[in-house]
Design a protein around this ligand. Structure first.
Ligand code: M6R
Length: 601
C-alpha cells in the first residue's frame, strides 16, 4: 500500500522521483505527489489519479533540486484527491512528510495539535506526522524531532521527512517496508528495492523501529532508543529486465508467460534423485503434530491446495486460516504446531501479524515468501523462498504457481521425514513440470477465442472438486479482480445446495474437469448445470465424448499427476481472466481499488 521514493545526491531529483513512482505504482495509484528542496524552499506538486498525471503536469518542469521525496497513494483515510495526496507539509511549508501505513491514534493527536494551534488541511491520518515533527523541531536535529514525534504515534509507518534547509532525508519504519540504496555521493530511499535497481544494487533494509538519517555523503541508522545501528549492506540479486514489461502489453501477461521459468526456479536445487533438499532450520521437525497454513487472497488459495498435498503425502493434519481471522480468533496453537505464512510480497500486514502471533504462542514458523528480505521472511524461524522473480501485476499469477510448487516440495520433504512412501512417478512428473507449464501456455490463442465469446457476461461460476476446488476459487478471484465481473468459486458438489438457483442460459460456468479421482462426479455436476440450460466452459486434459455433448466450449490443460494438476490448471484460468479484462479494455496491471501489497489491516 502506497509507494515512497526519495533521493539525495548531485543529480536532478525529479526524473529519479518520477521514475521511482512509476516503478512503485503497483503499490497504490489513486493520487501521487513530489516534494523537492530548492534554495531553502520546498516545491510540492500533487495530483489526483495515476503517476502519469504528475508526470504530465507542467509544474513539474519548473522544479529544480537534488533532494526530494515522493509518494503514490492507496487511500485509507480521506478520499483520493489532491489535498489528501502526499507529501503533506506544515503551515509554513518548511517540512514535508510522506507516509505509508496507518496512524491509529491520529484522532487524539489531531485534537491535541489543533488545541495548540496547528492547522490541518487534509482528512488523512498522515498529516499529524508533519505537525508533530514541527512541534518537536526546536533546538535539535531533524532526526531527533522525528524520533520525538514517533514516540507519540501508535500504528504502522514507513515514512520520509525533509526540511527546506537540510539536504537530507529522515526515514523511519515500523511495519511498512523501506530500503535505502547506496550510490556514489548519492543515496536513494524506496518502499521496494525494485525501484532502486536501475541506480544501485547496494542496499540496506531498514528494520522495524529504526530511523535513518540519509544525505549524499553518509547514512546513519539508529534504533528508536537512540542507539546506533551498524549498517548491513546487502547486494540486490535483481536485474532491470526483470522489472520491465519488455514486448508484453501488460506485466500480468509477461508474468503468466514467465511461469515455465519461475516454477523451474522454485524447484532448482531442491529436487534430486527423488529426494527433497530444503534448508529448514527447525528444531524437532519430526515431532510436528499439525501444520497451520495462513495467508490472504491468492496465497490463501495456495494454502488450501497445500492442505491436500501435506495431508495426503505426509499424513500430518493441516488447518488453513485466513491470516486476518487467525490473528484475532485466539487460535489454539501448541508447541508442536508448525505455522506456515504464505505471501508473495512478504509484507501483507495480516499474514505478518499471524506469524508473530504464532511465534508468541510458541509455534515454529516457516515463511513461503517471494520477496527476499521482506518482513515475513525475516520474522519466520525458517523459510522457503519462491524465487519466482518480481511480480508487478496486481493480480498474482507466477507467485501462485510457485507457492503451490513450494508447498509440494514441503509436502514431499515432510513425507520423507515421516517415512511415507511416495510414488516414483510423482518425482518424474515434478521434474517435467516446467515443460508442461510451457505446453499449457500454447493454449493461449484458444483461450482468447473462448474469452471473446464470454467477455460481455455479467456473472460467472467456477467449479472444481478436491485439489482443484481451490483452483476454482483462484479462477474466480482472477476474473473479478481484473475484469470487475462478478464471479464465484465453489466445490462442484456444493452447487445444488444453493448456488444452482443462479443458473440460467445467461450464466456461464467454468468447470475444472481434468481427469482425476473426482472426474466422474464432476461430469454429473456438469449434467445438473446443463439440465438448467447453463452455459458450460470445460477445462479438460482429455477428449471425452460425454463432454462434446455437455460443454459449450472447451479449454485444454495438460495431463499430469493429480497433485501437480492445480499448477497447470490454474494457468488457462489466468489467461481467461486476462483476455476478458483486455477485451473490456481495462487497466489490467492496476485494477481499481486494489494495490499489490496490503500493508495495512
Ligand atoms: O503478497 P501476498 O501474497 O501476501 O498478498 C496476498 C493478497 O493480497 C494477494 O494474493 C491478492 O489477493 C492478489 N491481488 C490476488 O491476485
Amino acid at each position: 500500500m502506497c509507494g515512497i521514493i526519495g533521493y539525495v545526491g548531485n543529480n536532478a531529483a525529479i526524473p529519479i522521483l518520477i521514475g521511482g513512482l512509476e516503478s512503485l505504482e503497483y503499490r497504490g495509484y489513486d493520487s501521487a505527489g513530489v516534494c523537492v528542496l530548492n534554495k531553502s524552499e520546498l516545491q510540492v506538486v500533487k495530483n489526483k489519479g495515476k503517476v502519469i498525471e504528475i508526470k504530465n503536469d507542467k509544474r513539474i518542469n519548473l522544479i529544480e533540486g537534488v533532494c526530494g521525496i515522493a509518494h503514490t497513494r492507496w487511500a485509507t483515510h480521506g478520499e483520493p484527491n489532491e489535498i489528501n495526496a502526499h507529501p503533506h507539509t506544515n503551515s509554513s511549508n518548511s517540512i514535508a512528510v510522506v507516509h505509508n501505513g496507518i496512524i491509529e491514534n491520529y484522532h487524539s493527536l489531531k485534537r491535541l495539535l489543533e488545541k495548540e494551534g496547528y492547522i490541518f488541511r487534509s482528512e488523512t491520518d498522515s498529516e499529524v506526522l508533519v505537525h508533530l515533527v514541527e512541534k518537536f523541531y526546536r533546538n535539535c536535529s531533524l532526526g531527533s524531532a522525528v524520533l520525538e514525534a514517533l514516540r507519540l504515534v501508535e500504528g504502522t509507518f514507513g515514512l520520509a521527512v525533509v526540511h527546506k534547509n537540510k539536504n537530507e532525508i529522515i526515514a523511519a519504519r515500523r511495519g511498512s517496508p523501506l530500503v535505502i540504496g547506496l550510490g556514489d555521493n548519492e543515496a536513494f530511499l524506496a518502499s521496494d528495492a525494485t525501484a532502486l535497481v536501475k541506480y544501485t544494487k547496494r542496499v540496506i533494509y531498514l528494520k522495524d523501529n529504526e530511523i535513518a538519517i540519509i544525505n549524499n555523503k553518509e547514512i546513519h541508522i539508529k534504533n528508536f532508543d537512540g542507539e546506533n545501528v551498524s549498517l548491513n549492506v546487502e547486494n540486490l540479486k535483481l536485474e532491470v529486465e526483470q522489472i520491465e514489461k519488455g514486448s508484453y502489453k501488460h506485466f500480468m501477461l509477461k508474468e503468466i508467460f514467465e511461469q515455465p521459468d519461475s516454477v523451474k526456479r522454485t524447484l532448482t536445487g531442491r529436487l534430486k534423485n527423488s529426494r527433497i533438499k530444503l534448508s529448514l532450520n527447525l528444531q524437532d521437525i519430526r515431532s510436528i503434530q499439525r501444520l497451520i497454513l495462513v495467508g490472504c487472497g491468492t496465497s490463501w488459495h495456495s494454502a488450501l491446495i497445500g492442505k491436500y498435498l501435506i495431508e495426503n503425502m505426509a499424513k500430518i493434519p493441516v488447518e488453513v486460516d485466513y491470516a486476518s481471522e487467525f490473528r484475532y480468533r485466539r487460535p489454539l496453537v501448541v508447541r508442536n504446531d508448525l505455522v506456515v505464512g504464505i505471501s508473495q510480497s512478504g509484507e501483507t500486514a495480516d499474514t505478518l501479524a499471524a506469524v508473530r502471533e504464532a511465534k508468541l504462542l510458541g509455534a515454529n514458523t516457516i515463511g513461503l515468501v517471494n520477496v527476499v528480505g521482506s518482513s515475513i521472511a525475516r520474522e519466520c524461524d525458517s523459510g522457503i523462498y519462491l524465487h519466482a522473480g518480481p511480480e508487478i501485476g496486481v493480480a498474482s499469477t507466477k507467485a501462485f504457481t510457485s507457492q503451490v510448487t513450494a508447498l509440494l516440495l514441503l509436502a514431499l520433504y515432510l513425507a520423507e521425514i515421516r517415512g511415507e512412501k511416495i510414488e516414483e512417478n510423482l518425482f518424474r512428473e515434478l521434474e517435467n513440470l516446467p515443460k508442461q507449464v510451457k505446453e499449457v501456455l500454447s493454449e493461449a490463442d484458444n483461450v482468447r477465442k473462448v474469452a471473446e465469446k464470454y467477455y460481455k457476461s455479467s456473472n460467472f461460476i467456477f467449479l472444481g472438486r478436491g485439489i482443484n476446488y481451490p483452483v476454482a476459487l483462484e479462477g474466480a478471484l482472477k476474473l473479478k479482480e481484473i475484469s470487475y465481473i462478478h464471479a464465484e468459486g465453489y466445490p462442484a458438489a456444493e452447487m445444488k445446495h444453493g448456488p444452482i438457483a443462479l443458473v440460467d442460459e445467461n450464466m456461464p460456468t467454468v468447470f475444472i474437469c481434468t481427469k482425476d479421482s473426482t472426474y466422474d462426479k464432476i461430469i454429473s455436476n456438469m449434467q445438473e448445470i446443463k439440465a438448467r440450460k447453463g452455459k458450460i466452459i470445460a477445462l479438460v486434459n482429455e477428449i471425452d465424448p460425454r463432454l462434446s455433448v455437455l460443454a459449450d466450449d472447451v479449454i485444454f490443460s495438460q495431463k499430469t499427476d493429480e497433485f501437480l494438476s492445480p499448477i497447470v490448471n490454474s494457468i488457462p484460468l489466468q489467461l481467461f481472466a486476462y483476455f476478458i479484462a483486455d477485451l473490456k479494455g481495462l487497466d489490467i496491471d492496476k485494477p481499481r481499488n486494489l494495490a499489490k501489497s496490503v500493508t495495512i489491516e
